[in-house]
Design a protein around this ligand. Structure first.
Ligand SMILES: CC(C)(COP(=O)(O)OP(=O)(O)OC[C@H]1O[C@@H](n2cnc3c(N)ncnc32)[C@H](O)[C@@H]1OP(=O)(O)O)[C@@H](O)C(=O)NCCC(=O)NCCS
Length: 178
């Protein structure tokens, strides 16, 4: 796939049918704090009240059709220097470099959008090798293993913490193998 066709944009209510295709899939949501959407009504409310009002949540799109999401959530007060990143895409697009592309696009925008931000971080399940690889390909540093750190879908998890600082070099496409 030509990853240059991947775009990021805010969610729209008209994304609902495309949204259901991936947000309604357990394979996508099992590594996320999101529940799997089974009702279109509930998903519409979520797009309207959570995705659209979110400080920085973008739809990952191919041909302007929503195939996933990427979010940045900045801390407040003394934690405003850092933000968490999260993402997920439809199974049929896995393994084609789409999320790596989306993360790199987010990196080029968020430090401008949030001037006080100096650190972007991600907590990844030790078993989620694809997500770890995405962060490594996008230039994040692996900082360490946090043992029994958090519950995910009822199971306590060992998480790996990754970070990217505003001063870290941005990885250009030619430097990664997609
Ligand atoms: C994690 C996720 C976003 C990755 O998206 P993607 O678009 O497939 O990612 P990319 O294609 O950019 O890169 C995936 C990399 O992981 C590698 N990979 C995939 N499964 C792997 C595994 N089991 N072991 C090792 N590497 C693996 C791929 O080979 C690829 O690396 P490469 O380019 O060196 O070959 C996607 O699998 C997903 O949506 N998962 C569910 C939600 C999720 O886990 N979100 C992250 C929560 S922290």
């Amino acid at each position: 796939m030509d990853s240059s066709i991947v775009t990021l944009r805010p969610f729209k209510l008209t994304d609902i049918d495309d949204f259901m295709l991936w947000a309604g899939d357990d394979q996508v949501t099992r590594s996320l704090r999101w529940k799997t959407f089974t009702s279109k009504e509930e998903a519409l409310t979520f797009i309207k009240d959570v995705c659209i009002t979110h400080p920085w949540r973008r739809s990952i799109c191919i041909d302007d059709r929503s195939i996933g999401f990427i979010s940045i959530f900045q801390g407040s007060g003394d934690d405003r220097c850092r933000a968490d990143i999260g993402y997920g895409i439809a199974v049929k697009h896995w393994g084609q470099g789409v999320t790596t592309k989306a993360v790199k696009m987010a990196l080029s925008e968020v430090f401008k959008d949030f001037p006080e931000l100096v650190r972007l971080q991600a907590y990844v399940d030790v078993e989620n090798k694809a997500s770890q690889r995405v962060l490594e390909k996008a230039g994040f540093s692996r900082e360490g293993l946090l043992r029994k750190y958090s519950y995910l879908k009822g199971q306590i998890k060992d998480l790996i913490v990754y970070s990217f600082l505003s001063t870290d070099p941005h990885v250009v496409d030619s430097e990664i193998h997609e």
